[in-house]
Design a protein around this ligand. Structure first.
Ligand SMILES: Nc1nc2c(c(=O)[nH]1)N[C@H]1C(S)=C(S)[C@@H](COP(=O)(O)OP(=O)(O)OC[C@H]3O[C@@H](n4cnc5c(=O)[nH]c(N)nc54)[C@H](O)[C@@H]3O)O[C@H]1N2
Ligand SMILES: Nc1nc2c(c(=O)[nH]1)N[C@H]1C(S)=C(S)[C@@H](COP(=O)(O)OP(=O)(O)OC[C@H]3O[C@@H](n4cnc5c(=O)[nH]c(N)nc54)[C@H](O)[C@@H]3O)O[C@H]1N2
Ligand code: SF4
Ligand SMILES: [Mo]
Length: 751
């Protein structure tokens, strides 16, 4: 729609997993976005947006955002041509690989990559060309435990169950604060409204968290739990299910193995025996299990607070096991699986080798999980004597602030022969690079949030058009990754792109064969549409996906063209459907509750429980506290802090502590605390808040904009904060090689 120069476009917000629908007004003459509002006609978000809905435009307009490739010289950053940049990178990567082997090149991939479909596709090519074992990502400070558990139980690493919020009558939310985070692996705009709707239909919401969070404030009940103890809480939960005779996996019953062994494994844990360790009164847990069993449509959900703790994998294992035992997995109102329009999560061949321990980190021999090593080990892996990392490529990541021991990582970056960052800012991490390649930002490229359509609470497909032509000289991130991988493979860019395209065509033909209809490469080539190669990949995926038009065999089905013609950015594909046992990819299509991944962690669980039980009987040292994190609605990890509207106002990088602890520790509201951990020490402003459980303090991550060399003056001037990750050591949930950032032991003193 065009009036004079004003054009109205619809797209989804690219900033978090909710993917809200937006109406964007653009002034073509001025090349400016003049307004971004929630799209009331979007079937998912119905006009809802949060404060960050403007973020992609603020980023677009930020004068400190990089707009051309730069290289570091003695005189500071110098603009260079793309050719020089690519020649240097490919030349050095190739030389280093020849001289020192493939593992001398490391990668770190951060969170925003998940919002760029094209970059995600080409990253796969780059990873196969590079073949490095030194692959790190934000996933190891995030969802790795969930990936492993889903692989172990259903044979898919990337198919996670989500709470069926539209139909559930009991939403139990552990270690997540979706009212602020806007939901992760839950895919639902406006969680507060969804919780209110549950309550309006007579249902209940329960939050289990060491902090009385914004989500707890909306819920009917808050259960405070001691950080890091969820696995035992859930084992006791499962035990009660057994002792009540409430185990009934429903339609999954014929497919489930290991029930008796699981009964045995949890037999020692009761609400009474775990109470001293978890801090949850036995009666509270028993009452929760009662209402869970009595509610037909109930969903037990857990997220980052459950993942990034000492027993993250076991906690998620138990959570899934409980949903299965109670017959609430894959059932309406319970935890269900989305059916993403791009396909890939349907029935398929048995999953390949176990994504755990196929190789190990060099220094402490930590097992790989899901193809990655824990990001907190980056520093020591870079400096590993004799097997040093010589070159590092970071893509959309800021590990110096977002990963435990960020300070040590930053120091280690100095020893690299070549560091390249694909990023839009010169920040705490990228300032250490030799070359930074910026890319187009969201208004300058089309996108489909493919990843998040796999974790949505209601199925949908979306398309976000490009709003502006890219600024002269800027390339899309996907193109940059393609070019680097082509050169590393000794191929031309077009040739490499051709291989990727051919791979998509082959996949389309394979899908057709599996689904029993005729499709060949010529048909695809003749009919495929898209304004760019990535759009053509997408068209093939959509058309051979579960809702696809099958290139004509199902004329009413979905295609990229249809999606582009849809009046809203996102098209409704209906409520979640039952998908099991069809999509199981486990051996013999069995759900093995006692898969070795889980069984192997039991001795560690038992031993640690005994230790904590003993500790609970004694008295803790006076200043000992446990550190957890938190998020604020105007943050997105570390990278929105250079945008004034998001950092104005009172300091939010504070340490929360409850009033009784504050008194005992000699802290005052508005004063400062000295927080000392095994690896560091920081001075942090104190905010006294009875949201906190006793013995627990909270500091958010993503701050610490204090290093010289960054070019983010707003962040540095208005809200530098401190990096809690400098206080967090390299401890891991060894069962999933995931970083432990919650429940970290610290000592707290007045400063
Ligand atoms: N203590 C503690 N630490 C945590 C967590 C926690 O709860 N507690 N949470 C963890 C989690 S869940 C995550 S996901 C990680 C996040 O870890 P990271 O992803 O490493 O960190 P971010 O701060 O999100 O950094 C994003 C980077 O991407 C860049 N960027 C943003 N948009 C674009 C773009 O369009 N193109 C390009 N090329 N670059 C872009 C930004 O400039 C920034 O450098 O942090 C983890 N760290
Ligand atoms: N505004 C905003 N939104 C975001 C982000 C952001 O930085 N800011 N980051 C995005 C990213 S990358 C992700 S992964 C998601 C994460 O989304 P969520 O999982 O909802 O993340 P958090 O808000 O950190 O909530 C984690 C909760 O776990 C609690 N917790 C800590 N330790 C424990 C424990 O041992 N047991 C239990 N039961 N609870 C514990 C914390 O108190 C906190 O309330 O958010 C995304 N959305
Ligand atoms: S909730 Fe997420 S997707 Fe929705 S407007 Fe906010 S940042 Fe954007
Ligand atoms: Mo994350």
């Amino acid at each position: 729609m065009t009036h004079n120069n004003i054009e109205t476009l619809r797209r989804t917000c690219p900033t978090c997993e909710a993917c809200c629908g937006l109406v964007v007004q653009v002034d073509r003459e001025q090349q400016k976005i003049i307004s971004i509002k929630g799209d009331v006609e979007d079937h998912r978000s119905q006009g809802y947006v949060c404060a960050k809905s403007q973020a992609f435009n603020y980023i677009y307009e930020d004068g400190e955002r990089l707009r051309h490739p730069v290289k570091k010289t003695g005189d500071g950053w110098q603009a260079i041509s793309w050719d020089e940049a690519f020649d240097t990178i490919a030349g050095e990567f190739t030389r280093i690989r020849q001289q020192h082997g493939k593992d001398a090149i490391a990668f770190y991939v951060g969170n925003p990559l998940g919002h760029d479909f094209a970059a995600g596709v080409y990253l796969q090519s780059l990873m196969s060309v590079a073949g490095t074992e030194r692959f790190f990502s934000a996933g190891t400070v995030d969802q790795h435990p969930q990936q492993l558990v889903c692989w172990g139980l259903i044979g898919h690493e990337w198919l996670f169950p989500v709470p069926d919020l539209d139909r559930t009558d009991l939403f139990i939310c552990m270690g997540a604060n979706p009212v602020v985070s806007q939901g992760s692996i839950i895919g639902k705009p406006d969680i507060k409204a969804a919780m209110n709707a549950i309550q309006a239909r007579g249902g209940q919401c329960v939050v289990i968290d060491p902090r009385y969070t914004e989500t707890a404030a909306v819920a009917d009940q808050h259960i405070a739990i001691r950080p890091g103890t969820d696995a035992w809480f859930l084992m006791a939960f499962a035990n009660v299910l057994f002792s009540k005779g409430a185990v009934d996996p429903g339609h999954l019953a014929p497919h489930v193995d290991g029930i008796d062994a699981l009964r045995e494994a949890v037999s020692a844990y009761t609400p009474e025996s775990t109470e001293a360790v978890t801090g949850v009164p036995a009666a509270t847990l028993r009452q929760l299990v009662d209402s869970y069993c009595a509610t037909d449509k109930a969903a037990l959900y857990g997220r980052i607070g459950l993942c990034t703790q000492e027993f993250g994998m076991s906690a998620h294992w138990m959570l899934m096991a409980i949903n299965i035992l109670a017959g609430k997995l894959d059932r309406e109102g319970g935890m269900m699986f989305a059916t993403a329009p791009v396909g890939g999560s349907g029935p398929g061949a048995e999953s390949s080798e176990k994504p755990y321990g196929r190789w190990h980190s060099r220094v402490r021999g930590v097992p790989e999980t899901c193809g990655e090593l824990p990001a907190s080990l980056m520093a020591e892996e870079i400096t590993a004597p004799g097997e040093e990392v010589r070159a590092l490529l970071t893509i959309c990541g800021n590990p110096v602030l977002s990963v435990p021991r960020g300070d040590k990582i930053r120091e280690a970056l100095g020893s690299l022969e070549l560091m390249v960052s694909l990023d839009i800012y010169i920040n705490e991490t990228t300032s250490q690079a030799d070359i930074i390649l910026p890319s187009t930002v969201h208004p300058e490229h089309s996108n489909v949030d493919v990843t998040f359509q796999n974790f949505t609470a209601r199925n949908y497909a979306s398309y976000s058009p490009r709003i502006f032509e890219p600024e002269a000289g800027l390339k899309d991130l996907g193109e940059i990754i393609l070019e680097i991988s082509a050169r590393m493979a000794g191929l031309g860019r077009d040739e490499m792109e051709g291989f990727v395209y051919q791979g998509m065509v082959d996949m389309g033909c394979r899908r057709a064969e599996q689904d029993g209809y005729a499709l060949d490469a010529e048909t695809i080539n003749a009919a495929v549409t898209g304004d760019s190669a990535p759009e053509r990949y997408l068209d093939i995926m959509l058309r051979t996906g579960p809702y696809g038009d099958r290139f004509g065999a199902n004329p009413d089905g979905l295609s990229l063209e249809k999606l582009k013609r849809h009046p809203q950015a996102s098209m409704d594909l209906g409520p979640l459907q039952s998908r099991l046992p069809d999509v199981l990819r486990t051996p013999g299509k069995r759900i093995d509750l006692m898969h070795e991944l889980f069984d192997n962690d039991l001795p560690r669980l038992h031993a640690r429980f005994d230790e904590l039980t003993q500790q609970a009987a004694g008295t803790a040292p006076d200043n000992a506290m446990q550190l957890i994190g938190r998020r604020h609605v105007r943050d997105m990890n570390s990278w929105l802090h250079n945008l004034k509207p998001y950092v104005r106002g009172k300091d939010r990088c504070t340490m929360l502590v409850n009033s009784a602890d504050a008194r005992r520790l000699g802290l005052t509201d508005g004063g400062a605390a000295r927080v000392v951990s095994a690896v560091g020490e920081a001075r942090v402003p104190v905010e006294v808040s009875d949201q906190m459980m006793n013995g627990v303090v909270s500091i958010p991550h993503g701050f610490g904009h204090v290093y010289p060399g960054s070019q983010q003056s707003t962040a540095e001037d208005l809200l530098p904060g401190v990096s809690c990750n400098d206080l967090i050591d390299e401890s891991l949930d060894v069962a999933s090689s995931t970083c432990v950032v919650n429940g970290v032991p610290v000592s707290v003193y007045p400063a």
